[in-house]
Design a protein around this ligand. Structure first.
Ligand SMILES: [Zn+2]
Length: 291
């Protein structure tokens, strides 16, 4: 299987996150121009209108024509990106985002989960350039994942493959926004950490950082046993903000839990994409759609 590569021409990229929404013109070499952002108002009925305005302004300011739009958005979704229902944006339920963008800009648009988008970017511009089997994760307001196996990004029936945030890590744990209990996202996301510890993740103590790492390591260990990969790259403000204690605990837990031969030696490390990751991912979604 050949791995996904960038397109030949620049594209318009949009990253829809729980706290900010960002757009840019992204070039095949990974550089960006005319980058703009707005704060996410998760309950606002005007949010779609504002996002379309952001895209229009970004495109108009760009000095180059773009032919395609790519979007990375929080999950879940249905119709392989046709309708999105990001858990952290209650104003959007079964929103036909792709159609709205296509009508507004008269360009083709492709939408995918933001963590899947990140997995594509990691394979092209980041730490997974030489890898055909890995998991990419985002540990932030929500927790998402994207799996590249045999060089291909896994989509699944409705496009939701890789949703590691809803793997159970504490069977009798906290209630999750998805309706279940003890999901990784209900225990280790930013809002979960704030609810459990009474402090913002930016003020978390050592024990909270280690517990968060441990739970992520637990989920990754199960996934590695199931899917036969040895590398996991983690992005997101919670994981990267916690740093060393988080990654140490995640790797220690993974070493204890993933005992079957093919999952031993599992490495959980930081994404190499930095701040550009989400937009590079959205661009890869556009180019993958064109491919
Ligand atoms: Zn859940």
């Amino acid at each position: 299987m050949k791995k996904q590569t960038p397109g030949r021409a620049p594209c318009l990229a949009l990253d829809v996150g729980g706290t900010k929404i960002e757009a840019a013109v992204v070039h095949p070499d990974g550089s960006m121009s005319t980058r703009r952002r707005l704060r996410t108002e998760p309950e606002s009925p005007e949010l779609l209108h504002d996002v379309l305005g952001l895209l229009r302004a970004t495109r108009e300011q760009g000095d180059q024509d773009v032919a395609v739009v790519g979007v990375g958005c929080g999950g879940p979704m249905s119709g392989r990106g046709r309708w999105v229902s990001p858990l952290n944006i209650p104003a959007w339920r079964d929103l036909a985002l792709r159609e709205a963008i296509e009508e507004e800009l008269h360009l083709s648009c492709f939408v995918d989960n933001d963590a899947k988008a990140l997995a594509l970017a990691e394979g092209c511009y980041g730490a997974a350039v030489d890898l055909d089997n890995y998991l990419s994760m985002v540990v932030s307001t929500g927790i998402g994942g994207g799996l590249v196996i045999d060089g291909d990004l896994l989509d699944g029936r409705d496009g939701n493959a890789g949703h590691i945030g809803h793997v159970i890590v504490e069977p009798d744990g906290r209630e999750c926004a998805c309706g279940s209990r003890g999901c990784l996202e209900a225990e280790a996301s930013g809002p979960a950490i704030a609810a459990i510890s009474g402090r913002a993740p930016s003020e978390a103590d050592e024990e909270t950082k280690e517990r968060t790492g441990r739970l992520v390591g637990r989920a990754v260990a199960s996934a590695a046993s199931l899917l036969d990969f040895r590398d996991c790259f983690v992005a997101g403000s919670v994981a990267l903000g916690f740093g060393e204690p988080f990654f140490r605990s995640a790797n220690d837990e993974a070493a204890v839990r993933a005992r079957i031969a093919h999952a031993q030696g599992l490495r959980i490390t930081a994404s190499k994409l930095g701040e550009d990751g989400p937009l590079l991912g959205a661009a890869m979604v556009a180019w993958r759609g064109e491919w």
